[in-house]
Design a protein around this ligand. Structure first.
Ligand code: FEO
Length: 398
């Protein structure tokens, strides 16, 4: 469980979860809830775990403590996947104090009926806690991605306890250190985690990164995903790029289709994009792909083309839901094209026009609207839309 001479891993893997937060598909890679023990003359524990794993976590703690008792529980973030074990910890270790921001204590009262008034230590920006042999400095990072969040920097060993920051989906499967793992699956899972969970908060993340700028960080201990030692620049680079909404050349085509007609429009657009030399083309049938993958790809690529049939005189419900998810995350700087279909009265294309305005994306090409099925003119219009998108993307190459 050793991370550094004085820091141990006591987190847990959740292999059973299908939908994190009830919405993000993690059925393939699962989820880790990380927690750490910091062993100075005094002992601090960083964060607890999800409700289903509190017993396992307390068992891990006992093993690492080997008869000693912790002096502090440092709470970086009150979301229940990290705070569910607070009450059990405080009961088991009645001499321990709890260290958190004022915002976190306000939330604690509502979650647990108490903020442990006799045992609480409120910390603010720049406060330090001397563990004896180790000094912890606290850094407030509001809205990354909740208002009460903070990070802790172990000034002695250069270890950053970053809360959800620099986290990703995926269990750790025995090896929690990046140096001991095949990291392939985590890079995409980091983009998917960031874009879906933190994605709305690009500006607070930029502020947090600026605060970390001068620190000599040797290790990042996040609450999700591997402990980063050899990949710190890469990990910070990913969070920096995503929080600036910077994206690669490429197009996400996302569409709804009931009988395949709107899908044919999507196929025609994709084929012409390829002819025009765009290599990164990702297609998502909105009824098939979990939205978290679509959102991740929208964060990855600059081009976005959305297609929808009209359904009961409205836009297709799954597309409506996706449009809402994009707007919530306040994604910036994308090029947008859109198309749709109808049988007797068109509504989808009109609704996407309203979305386009709200999104403030740069509109590319003319929207294409098809009645019932593909015709020669529809192919032409779809190809024109694809060509306009390709041209806009290629301008950025210059
Ligand atoms: Fe992993 Fe925002 O909780």
């Amino acid at each position: 469980m050793e991370i550094t001479k004085d820091i141990r891993y006591v987190g847990v893997d959740d292999h059973d979860i299908d939908l994190f937060e009830g919405q993000y598909d993690v059925s393939e890679n699962g989820m880790a809830y990380n927690s750490y023990v910091i062993l100075g003359d005094k002992i601090a524990v960083a964060d607890s775990v999800d409700a289903g794993f509190v017993d396992e976590w307390l068992g891990n703690l006992e093993t690492v403590l080997d008869g000693r008792t912790p002096d502090y529980l440092v709470v970086h973030h009150m979301e229940p996947d990290h705070s569910a074990g607070i009450a059990a910890f405080m009961e088991r270790y009645p001499q321990a104090q709890i260290v958190a921001s004022m915002g976190a204590f306000r939330m604690m009262v509502n979650y647990f009926g108490t903020d442990y008034p006799e045992r609480k230590m409120v910390v603010k920006e720049g406060d330090v806690l001397d563990l004896g042999g180790l000094t912890l400095a606290f850094c407030m990072i509001p809205m990354v991605h909740w208002p009460e969040t903070m990070m802790t920097f172990d000034e002695t060993e250069g270890v950053l306890f970053s809360g959800d920051g620099f986290g990703c989906f995926g269990t750790l499967d025995g090896g929690f250190l990046d140096t001991r793992m095949n990291l392939d699956k985590y890079w995409d899972e980091m983009v998917r985690y960031y874009s879906n969970i933190v994605g709305k908060y690009g500006s607070p993340v930029q502020k947090a990164l600026a605060k970390l700028g001068g620190l000599p960080i040797s290790t990042i201990c996040s609450t999700h995903g591997p402990v980063w030692t050899d990949n710190i620049a890469k990990v910070i680079g990913i969070y920096d790029r995503l929080s600036r909404y910077a994206a690669e050349e490429g197009v996400v085509i996302v569409y709804g289709s009931m009988y395949g007609n709107t899908e044919q429009m999507a196929e025609a657009i994709a084929a012409e994009l390829s002819v025009q030399g765009i290599k990164n083309i990702v297609m998502h049938n909105v009824s098939k792909s979990n939205p978290s993958y679509i959102i991740a790809d929208i964060f990855k690529y600059r081009g976005l083309i959305i297609g929808s049939p009209t359904y009961s005189n409205q836009i297709y419900p799954e597309i409506e839901s996706l449009l809402s998810k994009i707007l919530v995350r306040e994604v910036k700087g994308r090029y947008l094209g859109y198309f749709g279909s109808f049988c007797w009265a068109g509504a989808a294309v009109k609704r996407m026009g309203e979305f386009a305005e709200k999104s403030k994306f740069e509109i590319v090409g003319d929207p294409v609207e098809m009645k019932q099925a593909m015709k020669d003119i529809t192919y032409e219009q779809c190809e024109n839309l694809a060509r306009a998108m390709a041209e806009r993307l290629k301008k950025d190459r210059q």
